[in-house]
Design a protein around this ligand. Structure first.
Ligand code: NAD
Length: 266
């Protein structure tokens, strides 16, 4: 099946690196105009936008902290200014601030919840408000709009030493499902992607050297994921090829969520 997102506008948060950058590139390759949001690093975001434009696509880089309401509003205003509408939101920004629970500061708890969960709420709300101002264009897409939340296998797998992160992703699961239940009849599709271990800046330590060998024990499919594995799923979920997929989480994890410790009879 040939997937085309021509005539659609996609906003990807946290797209100056890792999965967000991969998603932005994948969406642009499929023909979408993309807004590449960055937080603190304009250079890689500008470079990616330039690459996409040089290949004949449409892209702009826009800075914003997704945990701040005023900055999210500005990000969406800039999106409209650049491309006049919004069809696809990839709420991807996320971070980790790890420590054992007894040592976790309130600041580290709040930072992770504010970016990973509140940031997804603020961006989804802004996208839904924009979709409500638009009409379905059946020749372009069967849906009025599409939202993809970047979750994690840790929306279901508890994670010692990372309780803020796991709590934020558990929250994303019910945020996504509740929004999906609420807005489905408006022909707005809302889904999540739950990556396992994908090689990006967020987990450089865990995906290199001896740590990688240990990590592979947790991945039945026997390899660490690449940003492209997630980008392919993003493009499919953003397209009409997945038009009847709504309110679900697609695990892109090489089987990490299959309780691999039980492979040899537990
Ligand atoms: P990454 O560190 O490369 O990307 C995270 C991005 O979020 C960065 O571009 C960063 O600038 C951005 N960001 C951080 N704080 C922000 C803020 N306040 N406002 C706007 N943007 C902000 O790591 P990644 O692996 O690409 O992570 C992307 C998403 O995928 C995250 O939500 C992460 O939780 C999720 N994820 C990643 C993996 C993995 O194995 N890589 C696994 C599961 C889930």
């Amino acid at each position: 099946m040939q997937i085309s997102l021509k005539g659609q506008v996609a906003l990807v948060t946290g797209a100056s690196s890792g999965l967000g950058a991969g998603a932005a590139q994948g969406l642009a390759d499929a023909g979408a105009a993309v807004v590449i949001n960055y937080h603190s690093q304009p250079e890689p975001a500008e470079k990616l936008a330039e690459q996409i434009r040089a290949a004949g696509g449409q892209a702009v880089a826009v800075g914003a902290d997704v945990s701040r309401e005023d900055e999210v509003e500005k990000l969406f205003a800039e999106t409209l200014k650049a491309f006049g509408r919004l069809d696809i939101l990839i709420a991807n920004s996320g971070l980790q601030k790890d420590s054992p629970i007894a040592e976790m500061t309130l600041e580290d708890w709040n930072t992770v919840i504010n970016v990973n969960l509140t940031g997804q709420f603020l961006c989804a709300r802004a996208a839904l408000r924009q979709f409500a101002r638009q009409e379905i264009r059946p020749e372009v897409s069967l849906a009025l709009g599409k939202i993809i939340h970047m979750s994690s296998v840790h929306q279901v797998i508890p994670w010692a030493g990372h309780v803020n992160y796991a709590a934020s992703k558990g929250g994303v699961n019910l945020l996504m499902r509740s929004i999906a239940q609420e807005v489905g009849e408006q022909r707005i599709r809302v889904n999540s992607i739950a990556p396992g271990a994908i090689r990006t800046a967020i987990n450089t330590k865990a995906t290199s050297g001896d740590a990688e060998k240990k990590l592979l024990e947790l991945i039945p499919y026997g390899r660490v994921g690449e940003a492209e594995d997630v980008a392919n799923a993003v493009v499919w979920l953003a397209s009409d090829a997945s038009d009847y997929v709504h309110g679900t989480t697609l695990f892109i994890d090489g089987g990490m969520s299959l309780y691999p410790e039980f492979r040899n009879n537990g």
